[in-house]
Design a protein around this ligand. Structure first.
Ligand SMILES: N[C@@H](CCC(=O)N[C@@H](CS)C(=O)NCC(=O)O)C(=O)O
Length: 217
């Protein structure tokens, strides 16, 4: 069954891999599943045909036969459940990998998104000067906790899992701000994720010149 995902026709990051289709591409590369990509414009994302796939008019979406999914957490979980490579076999270890997926999306990503919004979209607001340091400190607090937990381990819980995939991608959004470099353990963790061959293939595939081409899986 052909897997079709959606991605930005013109990604605002110009191919830095920060758009969330990267998580899905990376997961599919980790498990060796080929996929096709349908590129959508900002206008098309808000039109009925796309809204039928994604109620919030966003990317990515995932289609496989008559299954249509949105939300990267759900999509990556679906991929990880059906194919070997992103979840441990042991039931408790699986539950912990899933916990890390939720932690990435529910606990670590929200302050990072708030920070990115304050930095990139609210710079001209009169209150931004006072608010930005508060938001930045909230991010630092989370990074400190995550760094303490990771310690000298390579991955969050044993072998690389969907939890690491999500966490690495969530942390990457901090790179342009420079804040990640204050946390050498996390900087090295992100670099380990980026060094994985599956990540490299996914990254190459999302570059503007390749973004709509099918992958070989
Ligand atoms: N929670 C969603 C977030 C999806 C999301 O924010 N997608 C962005 C691209 S990375 C988007 O489509 N932004 C355009 C918009 O919201 O109009 C997920 O993880 O899939």
């Amino acid at each position: 069954m052909t897997i079709i995902i959606t991605a930005f026709e013109h990604s605002p990051d110009g191919g830095k891999g920060l758009a969330r289709d990267m998580r899905v591409r990376w997961a599919l590369e980790e498990v060796g599943q080929p996929y096709e990509v349908r590129l959508v414009s900002f206008r098309a994302m808000k039109e009925p045909a796309h809204l039928a796939l994604h109620p919030f008019g966003q990317i990515p979406t995932y289609q496989e036969g008559d299954l249509a999914l949105f939300e990267t957490g759900s999509i990556v979980f679906h991929i990880a459940e059906r194919h070997a490579g992103l979840m441990p076999d042991d039931a408790n270890a699986r539950a912990r990998a899933i916990t890390w997926m939720f932690a990435a999306l529910n606990t670590v990503e929200p302050p990072i998104l708030e920070f990115a919004t304050a930095r990139l979209l609210e710079g001209d607001k009169p209150w931004n000067k006072e608010r930005l340091p508060l938001v930045e400190d909230r991010v630092r607090g989370r990074l400190k906790q995550l760094s303490a937990r990771l310690g000298d381990a390579d991955w969050l819980d044993g072998a690389f899992s969907a939890g690491d995939l999500m966490m690495v991608h969530v942390l990457q959004r901090l790179k342009p701000s420079g804040i990640l470099t204050e946390f050498p353990i996390l900087t090295a963790y992100v670099a380990r994720g980026e060094a994985r061959p599956a990540y490299q293939r996914a990254f190459a595939a999302q570059l503007p010149e390749n973004a709509g081409k099918p992958s070989s899986g």
